[in-house]
Design a binder for this molecule. Structure first.
Ligand SMILES: [Ca+2]
Ligand SMILES: [Ca+2]
Length: 334
């Protein structure tokens, strides 16, 4: 039964009391009572509307949740799978520093993005170089050995021990091992201070002359065609070939009064003297450098250290190794 019909009938009965009194009152009352007993309680009257509104609210919440999940997943996808260039320019702070540096250098901001990807590698390079410089203190000896390893003896056409250029200096035949025919090879004669060009001593050969250093009391033989010069004083003398290879004799005081072995270990930064380093002359005991291009020796009174160095200049060819040996063999302390 419709609720509105009920109220409508009740209101008509109240509006027209004469009809209510005249008719079967009790029966109507019963009817009304019966109706009032089955009347829907007030709290249930709007239940359908409440259920509808609850459904709407629930659907709204679900839709909102779905939309929220879509937004979150889209955001996650964007941050996880966006292009690398976007991540680098947005997150890495170092490119901004390099951009600033490049802006200072060139003032080109747009181009600084592309080099920014390479600058992290450049940033690691200085560390490698700094490591190299830390080990550089131990490398000079290794470098000199490497340089010496790159040096190769010049041509010796007749295999008599003298290079072709040395034979040109001494006046011997570079194609005949025994130029003077005395049964001794040219090279062996020179190293024993005999003249390979004729029968006699080396001092008889006009291409060889003697240098005397009165300040430090030594004598040495050298090729007459070489230029002899001093660098400021008698403590540094140079004998230079026409093709700019030279042999230098430097004298320095033994201020600490060390033995030659002590001085050598300290100056050349080696752990100890090897027996293969030792070289002896008639008037001295010496030590040669590991590259073989410098000889160090000391006078008997331990006042001075003499160093004899062969420097091939710009060339990688050792054109005069036996002339260097000649200076060493002929070096005489008085
Ligand atoms: Ca030769
Ligand atoms: Ca000979």
């Amino acid at each position: 039964m419709n609720i509105f019909d009920f109220f409508r009938k009740k209101s008509t009965a109240e509006a027209r009391p004469e009809l209510a009194v005249s008719g079967p009152v009790t029966e109507k009352q019963i009817t009304i009572d019966n109706v009032s007993i089955h009347a829907m309680p007030e709290r249930f009257r709007n239940q359908a509307d409440k259920m509808n509104s609850a459904k709407i609210v629930g659907l709204t919440i679900i839709a909102g949740g779905v939309a929220f999940l879509i937004i979150i997943s889209a955001a996650l996808y964007y941050f996880l799978f966006r292009p690398p260039s976007a991540t680098e320019t947005a997150e890495v702070t170092e490119p901004t520093l390099t951009e600033q540096l490049e802006q200072v250098e060139a003032g080109t901001a747009p181009e600084s993005v592309a080099p920014a990807t390479t600058t992290p590698e450049l940033a690691t390079l200085p560390t490698d170089e700094s490591l190299a410089t830390t080990t550089a203190t131990t490398t000079p000896e290794a470098v000199s050995e490497a340089v010496a390893a790159d040096l190769i003896p010049a041509a010796d056409s007749d295999s008599d021990g003298l290079t072709d250029k040395e034979e040109g200096l001494l006046g011997t035949n570079s194609l005949i091992p025994d130029s003077d025919g005395d049964g001794y090879a040219d090279g062996a004669e020179l190293l024993n201070l005999y003249d390979p060009a004729s029968r006699g001593k080396l001092t008889d050969n006009p291409t060889i002359v003697s240098y005397e250093n009165k300040t430090f009391s030594y004598n040495v033989l050298y090729p007459q065609s070489w230029q002899e010069s001093t660098n400021g004083g008698d403590d540094s003398v140079m004998f230079k070939s026409a093709d700019n290879q030279f042999i230098q004799i430097v004298v320095q005081p033994n201020a600490a009064r060390q033995t030659l072995d002590q001085w050598y270990v300290e100056q050349l930064v080696v752990s100890a003297v090897k027996e293969t380093d030792r070289v002896s002359g008639d008037s001295w005991q010496g030590l040669k450098s590991r590259d073989g291009l410098t000889l160090y020796l000391m006078d008997d009174k331990k006042n001075y250290i003499f160093s004899l160095t062969y420097n091939p200049g710009e060339s990688s060819l050792l054109e005069y190794p036996n002339i260097y040996q000649l200076l060493i063999k002929s070096f005489t302390l008085k």
